[in-house]
Write a protein of this length. Structure first.
Length: 321
């Protein structure tokens, strides 16, 4: 199915003709950016979306376009409070969903932070590793029994995984200087590895997992960058791609950035995407060159041994918190 879509495809184009009535899909970070657009596209095609959000009151206001899109389609949106920087909040949200007992056809682990200043979560984890990876790991593994047989997990990664592999010995920067973008890259590699191991553990009941590079778009994700820093990042990306003989990177609009997520969650052949890294509504090519801003996926982000070791390390860190 990869040949029908491209980097320019929108979420609505990917879902054209797809009836999602009766489908229940959880999306983290549904109150802004790609997550909100993902939720909007899904409800517009009849899905019931469970939107996990950090601030319920704010989310009620800003998700009005999602509810509007559901009008007349059979789709709907409900919000669940979830702070991925707090294991207490994660457990409360997960346990509420488990108690309600309603099954999920897919989980889209979309929420995240980028290049934050040095800091810790409520449980003492480095902020980006703690929110982007460990928060989702704790939440998704806790609600995994709700996934139907044949369900899917989509974990948003990033081209920034190419910047750095995970550090299994010092994931919280306790013995090294903190570098915001390196920490971000490590957390995005962790997202990809989480999908690899989740897929291995659950494919026996037809549940498949994949990671997604949504594409670069102007959301509030880089809010910790000044305008000058953001322009500097764009210049660095451009120079790195030019040096590799690659075309300039193009910004996607929000609907284009949400396209690969919805494709992976409800359209793509599960056998095609299981355990893979996806970009531009297709399975990404393996590109192990050290260029951090090239297209494709680096091999370490798909390494099954590192994925298994990260899973074990993640369990240990959460138990000890």
């Amino acid at each position: 199915m990869t040949g029908f879509f491209s980097a320019e495809s929108t979420a609505d184009e990917v879902l054209a003709g797809v009836d999602l009535k009766g489908k229940r899909i959880l999306v983290t970070g549904a109150a802004s950016g790609i997550g909100r657009e993902t939720a909007r596209a899904l409800v517009a095609h009849g899905a019931h979306v469970v939107g996990a959000v950090r601030d319920l009151a704010k989310a009620e206001l800003v998700t009005a376009p999602v509810r509007d899109a559901a009008f007349g389609t059979g789709g709907s949106l409900e919000l669940v409070e979830l702070d991925l920087a707090s294991l207490q909040s994660i457990r409360a949200a997960a346990d509420r969903l488990i108690q309600e007992g309603q099954r999920l056809d897919a989980i889209i682990a979309n929420a995240g932070v980028m290049a934050t200043p040095a800091g810790k979560t409520a449980d003492g984890f480095e902020t980006q590793f703690g929110i982007n990876h460990l928060g989702h790991f704790a939440f998704v593994t806790r609600i995994e029994p709700l996934l139907v047989d044949g369900g899917r997990l989509v974990v948003l990664s990033s081209q920034a995984h190419r910047v750095a592999d995970v550090d299994l010995e010092d994931p919280n920067f306790e013995r090294q200087d903190y570098e915001p973008f390196v920490a971000y890259g490590r957390s995005k590699t962790a997202n990809a590895l989480f999908a690899v191991e989740f897929d291995r553990r659950h494919r026996s009941r037809g549940v498949r997992a994949a990671s997604v590079m949504p594409g670069n778009s102007l959301t509030d994700l880089p809010r910790h960058f000044s305008d000058e820093e953001l322009q500097g990042l764009f210049a660095t990306v451009g120079s790195a791609r030019a040096a590799a003989g690659l075309p300039p990177a193009e910004l996607k609009d929000i609907s284009q950035a949400a396209a690969t997520s919805v494709w992976a969650a409800v359209v793509a052949d599960p056998e095609e995407i299981g355990g893979k890294y996806l970009e531009d509504v297709a399975v990404a090519t393996i590109n192990d060159t050290p260029n951090p801003f090239a297209d494709g996926v680096r091999l370490y982000a798909l390494d099954p041994d590192r994925a298994a070791r990260l899973w074990i390390k993640s369990e240990e860190l959460i138990r000890a918190a």
